[in-house]
Design a protein around this ligand. Structure first.
Ligand code: SIN
Ligand code: FE2
Length: 215
């Protein structure tokens, strides 16, 4: 497929970061309010919480999920599950506004027919970081990851296929969407400690939504 076929005019200038990795600056801006309303409804049913890692430490990022599957961590390991272990209930359904945005963003990067079954909601306060990791708890690496940033800006660390590879430092702002799949699907990534600030809508918070096909 040629570059011109992949280009998404409605997204503005897509930045091709690496084979399979794309930044869509401001792609979600027009829809941000709807996304936040949907996220708030998820939090009302499944409040953000800091998972215990298998090593027995609390993660710094507070997490919740919506969709058929949710990402979970506890002393037994990392995995996806259909139930919120805190409530025993299924994760809240994925709002069509969330699912729709994720599908369109993926398509704008050449990943047609992305149908996420999991959306992880990551909540960062100033000082919160997410250490370098690969997203590899999903069954099908043929599907991309779609990540939507809202609220305070963050420095996203986008590495290579080996942990020791150098990282690109990418400023992600309110409304930016990052998509990685294909040859980039298993690249290491993380988030540098969030700088203090006050976002006009979210205050001293960053909210990141990552969409995956987990099952
Ligand atoms: C993640 O890797 O799951 C989240 C990345 C981010 O918060 O931007
Ligand atoms: Fe990740």
């Amino acid at each position: 497929m040629s570059q011109s076929e992949l280009f998404a005019p409605e997204a503005g200038a897509r930045q091709d970061l690496a084979p399979g990795a794309f930044l869509l600056p401001g792609y979600a801006l027009d829809e941000a309010e709807g996304l936040l309303t949907a996220a708030e409804a998820v939090y009302a049913a499944a409040p953000p919480r800091r998972w215990l890692t298998p090593g027995g430490r609390r993660m710094a990022v507070a997490m919740s999920n919506c969709g058929e599957l949710g990402w979970i961590s506890d002393e037994h390991g990392y995995r996806y599950g259909a139930l919120d272990p805190d409530s025993g209930h299924p994760w809240p359904a994925m709002d069509p506004r969330l699912r729709g945005l994720a599908g369109r963003a993926a398509a704008a990067c050449g990943f047609a027919d992305f149908r996420p079954d999991a959306c992880l909601l990551n909540r960062y306060e100033p000082g919160t970081r997410l250490s370098l990791h690969q997203d590899k708890d999903e069954l099908d690496y043929g599907q991309p990851i779609v990540s939507v940033s809202l609220g305070l800006p963050a420095i996203f660390l986008f590495g290579g296929l080996r942990r020791a590879d150098a990282c690109l430092r990418l400023a992600l702002r309110h409304g930016d969407v990052l998509v990685w799949g294909g040859p980039a699907r298993l690249r290491y990534h993380g988030v540098a400690p969030l700088a203090a600030g006050a976002h006009e809508r979210l205050g001293a918070l960053r909210l990141n939504l990552t969409f995956r096909k987990a099952g």
